[in-house]
Write a protein that binds this ligand. Structure first.
Ligand code: ADP
Ligand code: MG
Length: 612
C-alpha cells in the first residue's frame, strides 16, 4: 500500500457510510482495531460544531430538530422534487435560491452537499486514523438511479470534505466488482440492495470489463426502518394487552420500542426466536416476552413481496428472463434477513452471493476500483470465505484437510495426530492448501517443527493441531503435544498470490482426479496402518505366545504375509478385506494388551473401522 497513491472507496449511504481499500490480503473495510468501520450517516449540531456518527444517532430522540439523518435523500434535488420527503424529516428543510434546498438548524443553514461533506470528513478521519497516513483521493458510490445533478452534488460533497473524487461509481456495480464478477465471461447480474430506508434492484450487463445498467427499479421509502416500525407496532399491541392501564402515548415509549424492535430484528437474522424485555420506569412498566421469526416474517412479508415485484419489473424493463441472470448479489444490511434471502433465491432460482458482508460489499467494490485506478494489481482474492481447503501433510504424503473450502471466516478446526516412530521427539508440520488428496498436488504454505516431545512409543503422543483463520484471512497453525504441553505455531496468509483463475483451475483439477486420488489415498492409508499393525504385532509377540494357541499364531503369521502382498497391489477394497481378517485374528491379542498402550495403532485401526 502506497500512501501517496492510495485511492480509497467510500460508500456514502442513506443510513450508514464506510470506507474500504485493498490490503495485502485483499479488499476490506478500513477501521481501527476495536471500532466498527460503519459510521451512521447522522449529524448532530451542537453549539456550532458537528457531531457525526453513532453519537449523533443517539441524539435523534432527544434533539430531533438538531439531528440530521437521510441527507442523501436531499442531494441534488429541489424543493418540489422533495415535496413528499420533507414532511417525514424531523429537521427543517426550506427552499433556497437556484432550486436548492437548505437544512435549517437554529440560526444556521446548510446545503445537503455541506452536510454530506461532514459525513465524508468523518469517514476520511476514521480511515486516516486506522491507516496512519493522510488520504487525498477517493472513489465514491451512488445509487444507479441517481441523475446527473445528484452525482454532481455527491462529487461536490467530496470536494468540500477535502477529497479528490477520482470517480463516482454505481453502488450495484461496486457490489458486482467486489465479487469479482467483472472478471468473468458471462455477465448478466442482478443486484438486490435492501438498506435502512431504501430498496433498489439493478440489472447489470457486463460488456468487456465494464458493467452497463440495463434497468433499475425500487422504492426510496422501503427498508429496514419499516421493519423496525412494524415490530414496534406489534410490541405496542402486546404492551397494551398486558398492561391496559399504562400510558403508551408518553414520548419515551416510541423511541424505546423502535430501539428494541431493531435489536429483535437483528437477533432474528441468526436465531429462530429471541427473548426481549421492555423496562419503562417512567410509566412503571416492565414487560418481557419472546419474539419469533415467524411473527417477524408475517410482519414484513408485504414489504418483501413488494421488493420481489420490483425485481420482476426490473427484469421486464431489461428484457431479461429470470433464467438469463448469471449471478444475484445481495447488498444492504436488511438483506441479512433469512426470509429475504430465501425469497430472492426462490425468485431467481439460484443461490445469491452473500459471502461478503452485505453492509460492506459496496465500499469493498469501490475500494477495489480505487486500487485499480491507482495502478494496483488484482492479484488478491476475497477472503470472506476460505477459497481452498487448508490442512497438513500426514504420513505417506496424504493431505489431511482441517478447514474445507468455502468455510466462512473466521474459522477454526482442531484434530488429533500422533507419531509413527518410537521415541520421536520432534514432529514436522507441513501446511498445505488445495483440494487434492496428496500434498504433492497442493500448494505448500509453510512448515514448522514441534520440538521437545518426550520420548514415547509410536502412537502414544497426542499432537493436537489447531487451524485458525481470523477475520483478516490470516491462518495461524498451532500444535500442542498434550501429554507434555510442548507447543509451536506459525502464521501464514493462505491465499496470498492466488488469483481467482488459479483457484478455479485448482477446483476443476480436484474434481477431475477425485476418484483416482481417493483410491490411492486409501491404499497409502492402509499401507501405513498395516505397517503400524505389523510393528504392534511384533512388540506384542511375547504376550501372543502366552495367551494364544500355536495354531492361532500360525494363522496370524499367514495373514500377515497375505496383507504384505495385498499392500503391493492397487485395490483398496481387497486390501481392506485382508486387513479386516488380520484384525479379527489379532483381536484377542489386542484386547489383552490394550491397557498397556503398546498396540495403539492396532487399537486405533479397530476403533476407526468398527462402525463401517
Ligand atoms: P444504507 O445503504 O441505507 O445506508 P445499510 O445497508 O447499512 O443501509 O442497512 C442498514 C439497515 O440494515 C438498518 O435498517 C439495519 O437495522 C439493518 N440491519 C443491519 N444488520 C441487520 C441484520 N443482521 N438483520 C437485519 N437487518 C439488519
Ligand atoms: Mg447502501
Amino acid at each position: 500500500m502506497d500512501p501517496d497513491k492510495i485511492i480509497i472507496g467510500i460508500d456514502l449511504g442513506t443510513t450508514n457510510s464506510l470506507a474500504a481499500t485493498v490490503f495485502d490480503h485483499g479488499p476490506e473495510a478500513i477501521h481501527t482495531p476495536n471500532a466498527s468501520p460503519i459510521i451512521p450517516s447522522v449529524l448532530y449540531r451542537d453549539d456550532h460544531v458537528w457531531v457525526v456518527g453513532e453519537q449523533a444517532r443517539r441524539k435523534r430522540v432527544e434533539a430531533p430538530e438538531r439531528t440530521v439523518f437521510s441527507v442523501k435523500r436531499l442531494m441534488g434535488r429541489d424543493a418540489q422534487e422533495l415535496e413528499s420527503d420533507i414532511p417525514l424529516l424531523s429537521y427543517e428543510v426550506r427552499a433556497a435560491q437556484r432550486g436548492l434546498v437548505k437544512v435549517h438548524i437554529g440560526e444556521e443553514a446548510f446545503t445537503p452537499q455541506e452536510l454530506s461533506a461532514e459525513i465524508l470528513r468523518e469517514v476520511k478521519r476514521n480511515a486516516e486514523a486506522a491507516l496512519g497516513f493522510p488520504i487525498q483521493r477517493a472513489v465514491i458510490t451512488v445509487p444507479a438511479y441517481f441523475d446527473d445533478a445528484q452525482r454532481q452534488a455527491t462529487r461536490d460533497a467530496g470536494r468540500i470534505a477535502g477529497l479528490e473524487v477520482v470517480r463516482i461509481i454505481n453502488e450495484p456495480t461496486a457490489a458486482a466488482i467486489a465479487y469479482g464478477l467483472d472478471q468473468g465471461q458471462k455477465g448478466t447480474v442482478a443486484v438486490y440492495d435492501l438498506g435502512g430506508g431504501t430498496f433498489d434492484v439493478s440489472i447489470l450487463q457486463l460488456t468487456g470489463q465494464v458493467f452497463k445498467v440495463l434497468a433499475t427499479h425500487g422504492n426510496t421509502h422501503l427498508g429496514g426502518d419499516d421493519f423496525d416500525m412494524a415490530i414496534a407496532g406489534e410490541l405496542k399491541r402486546r404492551l397494551r394487552e398486558a398492561h391496559p392501564e399504562a400510558d403508551l402515548t408518553r414520548p419515551v415509549v416510541a423511541p424505546l420500542l423502535r430501539k428494541v424492535a431493531e435489536a429483535i430484528k437483528i437477533e432474528l437474522s441468526r436465531a429462530p426466536e429471541t427473548p426481549y424485555s421492555l423496562d419503562i420506569p417512567e410509566i412503571g412498566l416492565r414487560h418481557s416476552d419472546i419474539f419469533t421469526v415467524d411473527t417477524l416474517n408475517e410482519l414484513i412479508a408485504p414489504y418483501v413481496e413488494e421488493t420481489l415485484q420490483s425485481c420482476r419489473q426490473a427484469l421486464a424493463a431489461a428484457g431479461k428472463a429470470v433464467e438469463e441472470i448469471d449471478d444475484v448479489v445481495m447488498v444492504g444490511g436488511s438483506s441479512r434477513i433469512p426470509m429475504v434471502r430465501t425469497r430472492v433465491e426462490a425468485l431467481f432460482g439460484r443461490r445469491p452471493n452473500i459471502s461478503i458482508n452485505p453492509d460492506e460489499v459496496v465500499a469493498a467494490g469501490a475500494g477495489v476500483q480505487g486500487h485499480l485506478l491507482a495502478g494496483g494489481r488484482r492479484d488478491f482474492v476475497l477472503l470472506d470465505v476460505v477459497p481452498l481447503s487448508l490442512g497438513i501433510e500426514t504420513l505417506g504424503g496424504t493431505f489431511s484437510k482441517l478447514i474445507i473450502a468455502n468455510t466462512t471466516i473466521p474459522a477454526q478446526a482442531t484434530e488429533l495426530f500422533t507419531t509413527y516412530v518410537d521415541n520421536q521427539t520432534g514432529v514436522d508440520l507441513n501446511v498445505y492448501q488445495g483440494e487434492r488428496e496428496f500434498v504433492a498436488d497442493c500448494r505448500h504454505l509453510g512448515r514448522f517443527k514441534l520440538k521437545g516431545v518426550p520420548p514415547m512409543p509410536a502412537g502414544l503422543p497426542k499432537v493436537k493441531v489447531t487451524f485458525l483463520v481470523d477475520a483478516n484471512g490470516i491462518l495461524t497453525v498451532s500444535a500442542v503435544e498434550e501429554r507434555s504441553g510442548q507447543e509451536a505455531r506459525i502464521e501464514v496468509i493462505p491465499s496470498h498470490g492466488l488469483t481467482n483463475e488459479e483457484i478455479e483451475r485448482i477446483m476443476d483439477e480436484s474434481v477431475e482426479h477425485a476418484v483416482e486420488d481417493l483410491n490411492q489415498r486409501q491404499i497409502v492409508e492402509f499401507r501405513n496402518t498395516a505397517e503400524a499393525v505389523f510393528r504392534g504385532i511384533d512388540t506384542a509377540w511375547d504376550t501372543a505366545e502366552e495367551i494364544l494357541t500355536p495354531d492361532h499364531r500360525v494363522q496370524i503369521e499367514a495373514q500377515v504375509r497375505v496383507v504384505k502382498e495385498a499392500v503391493q497391489g492397487s485395490d483398496p477394497v481387497a486390501l481392506k478385506s485382508e486387513m479386516d481378517k488380520l484384525g479379527e485374528l489379532t483381536r484377542p491379542l489386542a484386547d489383552a494388551i490394550m491397557s498397556q498402550g503398546a498396540l495403539t495403532e492396532l487399537k486405533r485401526f479397530f476403533q476407526d473401522h468398527s462402525q463401517e
